[in-house]
Design a binder for this molecule. Structure first.
Ligand code: ATP
Length: 254
């Protein structure tokens, strides 16, 4: 483990990177997961490494959508398990969502390492672990097409942090409402999801739990209004404009 001084101007981002590398060393994260982190870091840098107003609006819409859900499921991959296991479990408790481990580059050893971390952080029920309960989602080739009959397969709302586009499309085709965290507003996942939170999952996850608590007393009509007032395409465009502004500002400084 490298020592990052707290005074370092980008200490927070470097801590996030460190978590991922530790997760890789513990067998949670695939090599490809490190590359996904790198792509995320590049966009985080361009977004100013903070939660912007557009992301806050997406978080509010996501909270309303999750409170309205009948059968919400949170899909967990290696990066998420390495970055924010405690926070993701807290969210699942607040919204009464099931947790399902679903890996792109699957292998049993890695799956078990992820399950161990989730249990250590308080998860009691983890789906995606019993082959007898597995079934296939149409429209994807990777191992990710295997989903749990009692989880993603029957879910109405699925939270898929750091997801790949094929799976997001397949989930949408299967009639699911998809909420994602993705720092790249241009990715296929961002463009396909119903609600894209363009922010680092490590910052946004707790904000989402807080928003869920804040909106918990609202009635159906209020929640529905929050959801229908949200426009994902418009929100993504706002994020792209934010990146352009940041680039212009940086170019002027340079
Ligand atoms: P797509 O198939 O949707 O076009 P992709 O192939 O570019 O996406 P993947 O590697 O499948 O991307 O998924 C990783 C995504 O997660 C990337 O868009 C990356 O920006 C994003 N990402 C990586 N780390 C984080 C993070 N900590 N928080 C939020 N998003 C992240």
């Amino acid at each position: 483990m490298t020592l990052i001084p707290k005074s370092h101007p980008r200490a927070k981002s470097l801590f996030i990177r460190e978590k991922l590398v530790n997760g890789f060393e513990k067998g949670l994260v695939a090599r490809e997961g490190l590359l996904a982190q790198g792509r995320g870091e590049a966009f985080d840098y361009l977004l100013g490494e903070k939660t912007n107003q557009a992301a806050k609006r997406a978080i509010k819409a996501a909270a309303a959508q999750l409170l309205q859900a009948q059968r919400p499921v949170i899909s967990i991959n290696g990066n998420v398990a390495a970055l924010c296991p405690k926070e993701i479990i807290e969210l699942s408790v607040h919204i009464k969502a099931k947790l399902e481990v679903n890996l792109f580059y699957t292998n049993e050893k890695r799956k078990q390492a992820i399950i161990k971390v989730l249990k250590k952080n308080g998860a009691t029920e983890i789906l995606g672990t019993n082959p007898k309960n597995s079934t296939r989602l149409q429209g994807i080739d990777s191992a990710r097409r295997i989903v749990d009959k009692n989880g993603i397969f029957t879910a109405d709302v699925v939270v898929v942090p750091l997801e790949d586009g094929d799976r997001t499309m397949a989930l949408r085709k299967a009639g699911k409402k998809v909420i994602t965290f993705d720092l790249n507003p241009l990715s296929r996942t961002s463009q396909t999801a119903n609600i894209t939170i363009v922010d680092n999952v490590t910052r946004a996850i707790e904000l989402l739990s807080s928003e869920v608590k804040k909106l918990a007393g609202k009635n159906e009509k209020n929640l529905q209004k929050i959801i229908s007032d949200f426009n994902n395409k418009k929100n993504l465009t706002e994020n792209i404009i934010q990146i352009k502004k940041n680039l212009t500002r940086r170019a002027k400084i340079a």
